[in-house]
Every structure is written in C-alpha cells, then in structure tokens.
Design a protein around this ligand. Sequence first.
Ligand SMILES: [Mg+2]
Length: 225
Amino acid sequence: MKLVIFDLDDTLVNFAATRKAAHVCLARFLDAEGVDSAAYLRAVMQVDRPLFQRFEQGQLTRAQYRLQRFAEPFSLIGLQPRDGLVEALNKIFMDCVNDTPLLFDDVLPVLQRLRDERIRTAILTNGPSDGQRRKLKATGLGEHVDHVAIGEEIGVSKPLAQAYHSVVERFAVARGDALMVGDSPELDYDGALAAGLRAVLLDRDDVYGDGDRRRILTLDGVWPR
Ligand SMILES: [Mg+2]
C-alpha cells in the first residue's frame, strides 16, 4: 500500500454529529418562527439524501439542492414558508456545518502515522466545493494530507472510475497500491474496487457485518497493510 485515499464526510469529519448540532440551531430558529421543528427536521432528513443524489448526478445545481432540501420539507408538513425563511435556514445550517465541523478522534493520529511511514494520503469527496473547502480549512485537514480532490472541482464524482483514477494519477503509484477508505459501500468501496483500487469499508456503526465487503470499524484498522 503506497497511497491511502479517504472519503471526507462521516469518514474523517463526523458529519452526523455536526449535522445534529446544526439541527439544534435550526430548531431554535424554527420554534421562534412558530414552526413545528421536530416534524420539519424529520422531513429534512427524509428529503436530503434523494436530493443530494440528484445533485451528484447533475440533475440539480448546488444552489437548487441547498434550497430544495429546506423548501420541500415545508410541503411535506403542509406549511407555506414566509419569504426568505428557506434561505435563512440554509444559511444557519451551512455556517454551522462548514465552520464548526467535528473530526473523529482517530483521524489525526492515523494521518500522522501514514505520513511517518511515507505512505501518501489524499481526500476524495463528492460534496459541494465551497462547503468542503470551508470544512477543510476549519479542521486543518488539508495540511495533513498530500492531495484533496472534490467532485465538483474535478468534474467527476464517485462512483465513476475516473474520480478515483484522477487521484491515483497525481502520484507515481499503481492503482493496485492505492487503498480507498470510506463509509459508503457504493461510493467508497464498490466504486473503488471496480476502478482497480483496493478498498476497505469504514463501518463505524458496525452495521455491515453480514456483507462480503472487507471492513474496518475505526481508522486504526487501516494499519498496517
Ligand atoms: Mg462519506
């Protein structure tokens, strides 16, 4: 193994915990607006993933994705939002998620250990460019890896083979010497294997035990290979 490529959200950045904190901020704001925040935020969780997939597939622009994820939940709970409310909710969410992201505890020790052993490291993420850049800056992660690739910037997203290849090609490394590590079975494991890389599924919640994919429960499992 000469190169380890990490996914960002829910692999290095604890996005679930960060989003929960952001939802607390949203709830406070919604309650003051007289909106049932619990019902609204349940609806947000329902619509977010399908909308994000449409963004990844190029069916929605980034701006459309961001507003629709906070607009559609109002339809689901049968409310008509006042002018500007959707935009205000998006701004509260973005500021919290991007400027105060939380890293998992095992991230920096593993990145340091890989660097000590002269194994190259990279991040490959599908998220929107500006948000991911803010997260990288807030966490300092960019300084701990050799290369960062963001789907929107390179023009191709996981699980398309060219996304993984574009990272490997930055280094004098064969695809078979590169390991993709991430929490998504489809985007970080199946796609990477199909592209000729090695892969491990990061299963922090221990929910994929029945599958055939090679998995690790923490980033310490990356070491040694
Ligand atoms: Mg992820």
